[in-house]
Write a protein that binds this ligand. Structure first.
Ligand code: SF4
Length: 232
């Protein structure tokens, strides 16, 4: 049963050009050292569940025939695509008349293909953690680079709006690596470099020792990637 662990009732920044709510699902198949939502990734059982009915009721109230206070819902995590019930939930949100944005690490291309194919998603933000060689160092073991590659190819088909995005640390993302990634996602419609949040991280020691890029350095890196903007 899909686990919802958080509901953020309004955001002006999480769905480009739209006003959205955000739901956070529990659990993730990655263990990114810098993850700033560790409570959703490990130990999410300690967080109370939010019943799906409560989320649907909230979204319906924000989208009535008389007023529409939200354009859509952003589904984030954790990693939402680990839940097999996700496509059904997305379809229900679309049925209410709202846009659906999915945040994903790209490890479930079959589900991405399904929700694009049946029109249950309007926007996908897919993480690119680094170059293919960097993945094990950043996210841990036990993942399929082939699946990530397939998800990239699905988005590059341009059937829906999307962005690739990277949370950037000098330790994992150099100029040379930006150029390499640029070839990996050649033709991408939109790429976003994100400044990290490092108040807390999954690897508890990570944020104590890490250097961050400055604003100008991020802007310089963005010039190396296709249609890239910096999100500070
Ligand atoms: S950063 Fe995203 S993909 Fe990585 S562990 Fe956290 S929730 Fe999972």
């Amino acid at each position: 049963m899909m686990k919802f662990k958080g509901l953020h009732k309004v955001s002006l920044i999480d769905y480009p050009g739209k006003i959205c709510a955000i739901v956070f699902t529990g659990g993730c198949n990655f263990r990114c050292q810098y993850c700033h939502n560790p409570e959703l990734v490990i130990g999410d059982d300690k967080l109370p569940d939010i019943p799906e009915a409560e989320i649907l009721s909230f979204m319906q109230k924000r989208c009535t025939s008389r007023s529409k206070l939200l354009d859509g819902l952003c589904i984030s995590g954790g990693e939402p695509t680990i839940w097999e019930e996700l496509p059904k939930f997305m379809k229900t949100i679309k049925g209410i008349g709202l846009l659906v944005k999915l945040d994903t690490n790209g490890t479930n291309p079959d589900m991405i293909r399904e929700v694009i194919g049946n029109g249950s998603v309007d926007y996908i933000a897919m993480d690119i953690k680094g170059t293919p060689e960097r993945y094990p160092q950043i996210v841990g073991q036990g993942f399929s680079l082939t699946k990530i590659q397939t998800s990239i190819e699905l988005l590059l088909q341009n059937k829906i709006d999307y962005e690739f995005r990277t949370t950037v640390f000098p330790e994992f993302f150099t100029e040379e690596e930006a150029k390499q990634i640029s070839k990996w996602v050649k033709g991408a419609k939109r790429y976003v470099l994100q400044k990290p949040h490092i108040e807390k991280t999954l690897n508890g020691k990570f944020h104590q020792k890490i250097r961050l890029y400055g604003e100008q350095e991020l802007i310089n890196l963005a010039k190396l990637l296709p249609n890239c903007i910096v999100r500070l």
